[in-house]
Design a protein around this ligand. Structure first.
Ligand code: TYD
Ligand code: MG
Length: 466
């Protein structure tokens, strides 16, 4: 017996469901409610149960176990053959896991996936790549360019119907299943458009079922816009095991892969790639990747460092100030958090006596990596100081550390590794928080690299331009 369809209004920004139309959603978005018809079938029931967080639903058969008696499963991971991707995943793909890979259109998600798919197919057997965006011929053209020879076991299918995808994956039992992208797939059980919140959620649930019942890893590609996440993919984030984000600037060739959620590994590792003519190339020696011109020191330019996952990465911060001609002074930050920049400017004014009230300030992190770690604070502060003073150090310097509101420098984790790498890259001086400097084993650092531990921003500025 068919059940009566229900109508709900779903916010396309946040996924909130309401029985009636709202001009403004509870998330604050205006005009974002779209009417969607929900047929309460099995897939929907699963969704309700999963989102209710009940977990075990084995009809009363579930029983608690003593935690210490629970066996620890060592996951037999499937290596993707791409080291940077394996690293971010926590050592490879876990069978039965569901991974969402998001990123802006055109950033290289399909390229990364087809490269991994070809490698896994060559090693493990059947891989099914389902594309709702491109024809099989288009996929072939890309694969020819980026994968070299194609294994027999790599299967492709241009399909957007979820029920068909389910039937095909049941018959060909892939070792790895890829859906590119979730926004193009629809299920017959709903009559809302592909990409709508309810379609994405239902298809996400059905893909999870495929993965768990045949113990295959499933990759779901999702497009997100620069301004923020789209509601669709966001609503499946809670049900997937891993959320990866692929990012980079279009005009730079470096692409960074990060995990935002990972049930099978850490979220601190990053994977670095370069988009080249023949696809994505792994960057193994990432530390100096973002530096272009480090031999000359120029005013307003400072090399700083962040520790990403298990590797130090050096970045160039550039700052420029110019007299404000009209209205309020501008503060423009690219690659640095705007609020942190405002705080650093306030500390510079108060503790170093700089007058920035009639100056426009521009700060840019070169190379397209967004530095959301506080260890770049000192680099940002010194770059601004350097441009105001119109002077640059005569030696090659790296400066990093978190700047506190009183101007003190707070210690940074893994400072020893950053210093060691700076010495290896030939830097002559590292300016860092005193607390971090005290913990460094100086016998490991070559004498050509001077370690300058400083207490506060004032001291750092003096060491920097002495
Ligand atoms: P793609 O993987 O299609 O992006 P997404 O799936 O995230 O939308 O990558 C598209 C861009 O990558 C395209 O603008 C061209 C560029 N590209 C290269 O530079 N080299 C290559 O070998 C490939 C396949 C793509
Ligand atoms: Mg694509």
């Amino acid at each position: 017996m068919s059940k009566k369809p229900q109508t709900v209004w779903v916010c396309q920004e946040c996924g909130y469901e309401s029985p009636k139309w709202l001009g403004r959603c509870i998330c604050g978005a205006f005009g974002s409610m779209v009417e969607e018809t929900v047929v309460p079938d099995d897939a929907q029931d699963t969704r309700r149960r999963v989102s209710a967080g009940s977990g075990e639903t084995a009809g009363g058969a579930a029983r608690p176990k003593r935690l210490k008696k629970v066996g620890s499963a060592e996951y037999a991971r499937i290596k993707t053959g791409i080291r940077e991707l394996d690293r971010v995943l926590g050592g490879g793909l876990v069978p039965g896991s569901l991974t969402l890979i998001s990123g802006e259109p055109g950033i290289g998600k399909s390229t990364l996936i087809i490269q991994a798919a070809a490698k896994i197919a060559a090693q493990e057997g059947t891989v099914l790549y389902v594309s709702g965006e491109e024809s099989e011929e288009q996929i072939k053209m890309r694969a020819d360019r980026v994968c070299g020879s194609l294994p027999d076991s790599l299967l492709v299918m241009a399909e957007t119907n979820m029920e068909n995808i389910m039937a095909v994956s049941e018959s060909c039992k892939p070792k790895f299943l890829i859906i590119d992208s979730i926004q193009t797939i629809y299920s017959d059980t709903l009559d809302s458009a592909p990409g709508s919140v309810s379609q994405v959620r239902t298809c996400g649930n059905m893909l999870m079922k495929i993965g768990k019942s045949w113990n295959v890893p499933v990759f779901i590609v999702a497009h997100v816009t620069k301004s923020g996440e789209l509601a669709g993919p966001k609503t499946v984030e809670h049900l997937v095991d891993t959320v990866l984000h692929f990012s980079g600037e279009r005009d730079h060739e470096v692409r960074i892969l990060r995990a935002f959620k990972n049930r099978f590994g850490t979220t601190s590792e990053i994977g670095a790639f370069r988009m080249e003519e023949h696809g994505l190339m792994e960057i193994q020696d990432i530390s100096a990747t973002f530096l272009e011109n480090t031999d000359v020191s120029e005013e307003g330019s400072v090399i700083t460092a962040v520790y990403e996952g298990s590797r130090p990465v050096f970045l160039e911060v550039q700052a420029l100030t110019s007299r404000t001609t009209a209205g309020f002074p501008r503060r423009t930050a690219v690659g640095v958090d705007q609020k942190r920049l405002a705080m650093i400017l306030a500390v510079l004014e108060k503790k170093l006596g700089l007058n920035l009230s009639d100056q426009d300030v521009y700060v840019n992190i070169v190379g397209g990596l967004r530095a959301d770690r506080t260890s770049v604070d000192l680099g940002v502060a010194l770059a601004i100081y350097s441009t105001i003073r119109g002077a640059a150090p005569s030696r090659r310097v790296v400066a990093f550390g978190e700047v506190g509101l009183t101007g003190e420098l707070r210690s940074v984790q893994n400072a020893d590794r950053i210093v060691m790498e700076a010495a290896r890259l030939g830097y002559q001086q590292v300016i860092l928080p005193e607390r971090s400097a005290e913990r460094i084993d100086r016998s490991k650092i070559p004498s050509s690299c001077q370690i300058a531990g400083v207490k506060n921003l004032y001291a750092a500025a003096h060491v920097f331009l002495d």
